[in-house]
Design a protein around this ligand. Structure first.
Ligand SMILES: [Zn+2]
Length: 290
């Protein structure tokens, strides 16, 4: 059973932390915030999250005939401030600089990929996995979605996990949550969010199972605790997949849970080591063979 330990590798995040170059960001989260009168008001409210109505009144949705629309449209087309225009130009600079500094990188990547890390994280723009790890293209295979939720039957994340583990043979699977997560804030509230409601259901289930604990904490600590619990739930889903259990046993695949602090750029690794009894039960219940 020794090969089935779901142990962490402490040096992994330590190395990543040394390479972190992130900076605090005050942009609002992508999820509308829950109402203020909920039992636990997440601290993301202090980061000026926008409302659903605000998001629907952005420049591209305004009446084309309005002066406000004309002004906003002009602003969005200003090549000196438009991020897509800037990004296209910077891509040329980045590609040239990277080719100079790492002349073998792009020719090698053109022949295939051998990433060591599978990253399962949130879609949040403040959580760019390759940048925060200080790594390069080709190093990290990625699946990101709102609030890094891993639905057991989700075809998208399931296909990514199976391909990464079975075919790319990654050495590490990382589930990453983050501070100020809008999805977590939404699940801590009770506002109807349309299509996001079924998506966030696993988060609400975690909230339900840990309600007493979460209600005993100040709002900001409760939100952070739900981030952590969501990561642990994601790890449960990952390690209930037979392809993952097989890779752990046969070639020492490591599974990690981390939390990214968007206010400092620093990753923190969670202690995710299971007991031998828990590992034994998981193998009995979930491991299958061809
Ligand atoms: Zn998030």
């Amino acid at each position: 059973m020794n090969a089935a330990r779901l142990a962490v590798r402490p040096g992994f995040v330590a190395r990543a932390t040394q390479l972190v170059q992130g900076a605090p960001d005050r942009r609002p989260s992508i999820i509308p915030s829950p109402s203020q009168n909920t039992s636990a008001v997440p601290f993301t409210h202090r980061l000026s999250p926008f409302s659903t109505s605000a998001s629907l009144s952005c420049a591209n949705h305004k009446n084309p005939g309005s002066s406000a629309s004309a002004t906003s449209q002009t602003d969005s087309d200003d090549s000196s401030t438009d991020k897509f225009t800037i990004g296209l130009r910077k891509n040329q600079e980045w590609a040239a600089q990277t080719a100079r500094e790492h002349p073998d990188l792009f020719p090698t990547l053109a022949t295939g990929q051998q990433p060591q890390i599978l990253w399962l994280g949130c879609s949040d723009s403040r959580c760019p996995e390759t940048s925060m790890l200080g790594l390069q293209p080709g190093d990290v295979f990625v699946h990101r979605n709102i609030a890094n939720i891993l639905h057991p039957g989700d075809l998208s994340s399931g296909a990514v996990i199976e391909y990464a583990v079975q075919h790319l043979r990654v050495k590490h699977v990382v589930v990453c949550g983050h501070t100020s997560c809008g999805g977590v804030a939404a699940a801590m509230g009770n506002k109807q969010l349309g299509i996001l409601d079924p998506w966030l259901l696993p988060l609400r289930q975690v909230r339900e199972r840990n309600l007493a604990l979460l209600q005993s904490l100040p709002a900001d600590e409760a939100a952070l605790k739900l981030v952590e619990l969501n990561v642990r739930e994601g790890l449960n889903v990952v390690t209930q997949k037979s392809v993952v259990l097989n890779a752990i046993q046969e070639r020492g695949l490591k599974v990690h849970g981390v939390i990214y602090d968007v206010g400092s750029g620093v990753l923190r690794e969670l202690d995710t080591q299971d007991s031998q009894d828990a590992i034994r039960a998981r193998l009995v219940a979930f491991k299958t063979d061809a």
